[in-house]
Design a protein around this ligand. Structure first.
Ligand code: C2E
Ligand code: MG
Ligand code: MG
Length: 746
């Protein structure tokens, strides 16, 4: 309590005493007398105590503040002058600023407790605060920062009850902060060295290095010193010359001031294996020696190196055959192309396709298929000379690049040898099955403006050869003439659509077991005004590459539904009408609506419409294809997989596509009489389809023998010239008539 307030309380108490005495005088009974005597005694004692306290404190604080405060007020350190009872406390300006005190009116006790970190003020705690000279006191400054002061206290005056202390502070807040930052940094430094596996190697003199603990761990060193030569011996023999070259360069005078060197080398690690390190090092002059100080950091990059190798492998190596893939071929091919131009060289680019490769996959399984691809791939290397390359560029397509030495027959000869080798290889390895391959080739740089051009031209030649049943085909620029004609064809086709020159022909489909006519496939024809009939395989691809296909497909869909309904209206029993869709039609968002509209408009029950799509179409985006197919299935429309067996990975997709019918491609049927493999494939496919409750139809049946064989294999339906070529609608009623006469059509 402050002396002034004690005095005020005393005065108030005196007044109260006076009132009490006056009261006792008026009510002079015994109890009130005792009370008034007691109260008066207490109050008088209090007045004596408070007055003495005030006079006493006034006397000694005035002495101290007057004499000392002026001296200490502006000193640049925290100073406090205080009494043991806290009746007087003087803080100098520096300390007041630190505590944010602007007036002299503050709570003495609280301030003393705060700055000396005392829980309470009593002789014991004061004594320990004074004795604890140089102990750190932490408290919060006015700006909210944690302050740390070491107080040094001396006793200026002391008697029995009263002590006057003089405490000077040594503010070590900033020092503490620096210290903590320093210890943090060095700890972090050590930790990050360990975590990031950075090893440090610093030369000591001209003979040896000094290794950091992490470096010792990396290399399995027992002591931190390692001689230059010992360290060099740990470097992989193939990387030593690189290391030597850089060190030599570093030690040359001019290089001393140069940038940091960085090399990637393999160094033998503690377990005896070589690991990859990124070694960043630099030399600086040593003032005490002629030899500079070489300092360097080692970072283990083995994982990154392995990842890079793996990425390179994934990007450029074919997974199945382990030979370069198309990406690698294009990369190396382009470099070779540039080289051809610069050095006047020439190369041949040969593209090879394994004929009917899918048969191996389907009959012998994928493992055998992969084995055949591997054998084929490795056989190719026989024909590669220096600077050449062999690559697998897609499913069963390979390419080789061979150097031309002015012999124009080289590609033809090479391909023939390769074909013979492959035929032998297949016979040896695949239980006497015979396989063939076809090839197309082009020349670099004359056959294209870049390597990709040349490659595409070789592929173009291959395709042209396959179309014309020729197993070796050289690229010729005249091959493009057919394509150049496409633009004109597109225009003519557009006119044909507008002039209603498109007509549907219908090919009958027969139930093999009964010989009954059960449906038709609608096949579009372009009938020119002069009566020439143009086949869809000629104009549908052109229409597909332009907007025309949408118009054609709408025509086919509506016309086919109308025609089927017309036959029903004519009194014939319902049959299934199949229509073909292109990939673009099939992936259109409004596919379901278009089919639904055609059904509603024609009045045809959905169960009499079947949509044919090819495996290639479904594979474009399997998930979306399944979605679209389910949309059609929801309508009640049937779904057939057309040309089954011409794709690459046929059988696996039967499992996931919601189809109702499988159309075996004509290429199987052609050989079925003489080729036991074709027969095996067909019966296997039919069995699998049956197990999945999918019906089967064979396309392209031309002979009664083929029909008999197919009946034996359990095939459900047949379609082919044997029963009828695609024909105009008015010829179909004859098939209904045959059914009606209860005779077998065939
Ligand atoms: P596809 O759907 O596989 O049609 C079967 C093709 O095989 C038809 O040729 C048919 O005439 C032919 N064919 C049927 N039986 C035999 C036979 O016993 N021997 C021989 N050698 N051939 C037979 P087409 O009509 O020339 O059609 C060829 C392809 O054009 C069709 O193959 C189909 O993919 C496409 N196509 C036909 N019409 C349309 C159409 O309206 N829209 C679409 N998007 N494509 C169509
Ligand atoms: Mg078809
Ligand atoms: Mg077909």
């Amino acid at each position: 309590m402050k002396p002034k307030s004690s005095l005020i309380i005393s005065l108030v108490m005196s007044a109260a005493t006076a009132i009490v005495i006056a009261y006792s005088k008026i009510h002079s009974d015994e109890s009130s007398l005792i009370l008034s005597v007691f109260t008066t005694t207490v109050i008088i004692l209090w007045i004596i105590f408070a007055t003495a306290n005030y006079i006493f404190s006034l006397s000694h604080t005035s002495i101290n503040t007057n004499e000392i405060s002026e001296i200490i007020e502006d000193l640049n350190t925290e100073i406090v002058l205080w009494t043991n009872d806290c009746s007087a406390v003087f803080l100098n300006k520096k300390l007041r600023e630190l505590l944010g005190i602007t007036t002299s009116d503050f709570n003495n006790e609280e301030i003393i407790k705060k700055i000396f970190c005392l829980d309470e003020i009593n002789p014991k705690s004061i004594n320990s605060a004074i004795m604890d000279n140089y102990g750190e006191c932490h408290f919060c400054g006015a700006d909210g920062t944690q302050q740390c002061i070491i107080w040094s206290t001396s006793i200026l005056k002391q008697n029995k009850k009263f002590s006057l202390y003089f405490s000077t502070g040594f503010n070590i807040t900033q020092l503490k902060q620096v210290q903590s930052r320093l210890s943090d940094t060095s700890e972090r430094f050590n930790l990050s060295m360990e975590l990031s596996e950075i090893g440090i190697l610093i030369s000591q003199g001209s003979q040896k290095y000094f290794a950091s603990p992490e470096m010792m761990r990396m290399l399995g060193l027992k002591k931190p010193e390692i001689s230059f030569n010992e360290f060099r011996c740990l470097i992989h023999p193939n990387d030593r010359s690189n290391y030597d070259r850089h060190i030599k360069l570093l030690l040359s005078d001019t290089a001393l001031s140069a940038e940091i060197s960085c090399i990637e080398i393999r160094v033998k690690s503690h377990d005896g294996t070589y690991r990859w390190y990124s070694y960043r090092f630099k030399a600086i002059e040593d003032v005490n020696s002629d030899f500079p100080v070489i300092g360097g950091a080692f970072l283990d990059i083995t994982m990154e190196r392995e990842k890079d190798l793996l990425i390179e492998k994934l990007a450029y190596v074919d997974e199945i055959t382990d030979i370069p893939n198309r990406n690698k071929l294009v990369k190396i091919g382009q470099e070779t192309y540039e080289c051809c131009n610069a050095l006047n060289y020439a190369y041949w680019v040969i593209v090879i396709d394994i004929d009917r490769f899918h048969i191996v996959n389907d009959t012998c399984g994928y493992e055998s298929g992969n084995k055949l691809l591997k054998n084929f791939a490795h056989n190719l290397y026989k024909y590669i000379s220096i600077g050449g390359l062999a690559a697998r560029i897609s499913g069963d397509n390979f390419a080789i690049i061979i150097r031309d030495y002015g012999d124009d027959d080289l590609p033809q000869r090479t391909i023939e040898l390769l074909q013979k080798d492959f035929a032998d290889l297949a016979v040896d390895e695949f239980s006497n099955q015979s396989f063939t391959c076809s090839a197309g080739y082009s020349k670099m740089p004359s056959d294209g403006n870049c390597f990709l051009d040349v490659l595409e031209h070789a592929e173009f030649a291959l395709k042209s050869g396959i179309d014309s049943r020729c197993s070796i085909c050289a690229y010729e620029s005249s091959m493009h003439d057919a394509i150049i004609g496409d633009n004109e064809l597109e225009k003519a086709l557009s006119d044909a659509i507008d002039n209603n020159e498109l007509k549907l022909f219908y090919q009958p489909k027969i139930e093999i077991a009964t010989g009954k006519f059960m449906g038709v496939e609608a096949l579009v024809r372009w009938i020119k005004p002069d009566g020439t009939i143009i086949a869809p395989s000629y104009f549908v691809p052109i229409a597909e590459s332009s907007h025309l296909i949408g118009k054609i497909s709408d025509f086919v869909l509506n016309e086919a539904c109308d025609q089927n309904m017309l036959w029903q209206r004519m009194g014939y029993p319902p049959i299934i009408m199949s229509i073909n869709f292109t990939s673009d039609d099939f992936y259109k968002k409004d596919l379901k609506e278009r089919v639904f509209d055609a059904l509603v408009r024609s009045g045809l029950n959905p169960e009499w419409l079947e949509v044919e799509l090819t495996e290639r179409m479904a594979l474009r985006d399997v998930d979306y294809a399944v979605f679209q197919m389910n949309q059609l299935r929801d309508l009640g429309v049937k779904l057939a997989m057309d040309d089954f067996g011409t794709g690459y990975s046929s059988l696996s997709y039967i499992q996931i596509l919601p189809i109702t019918l499988l159309k075996l491609d004509r290429s199987f049927i052609i050989d079925i009489e003489n080729d036991p493999i074709a027969y095996e494939i067909v019966s296997a496919v039919i069995k699998i389809a049956k197990s999945k409750k999918i019906e089967t139809i064979a396309e392209g049946i031309e002979s009664p023998r083929q029909a008999t064989i197919l009946r034996e294999t359990g095939c459900d339906y047949a379609q082919g010239y044997l029963y009828g070529k695609p024909m105009p609608a008015d010829e179909i009623p004859a098939f209904f008539e045959h059914n009606a006469s209860e005779r077998q059509v065939f």
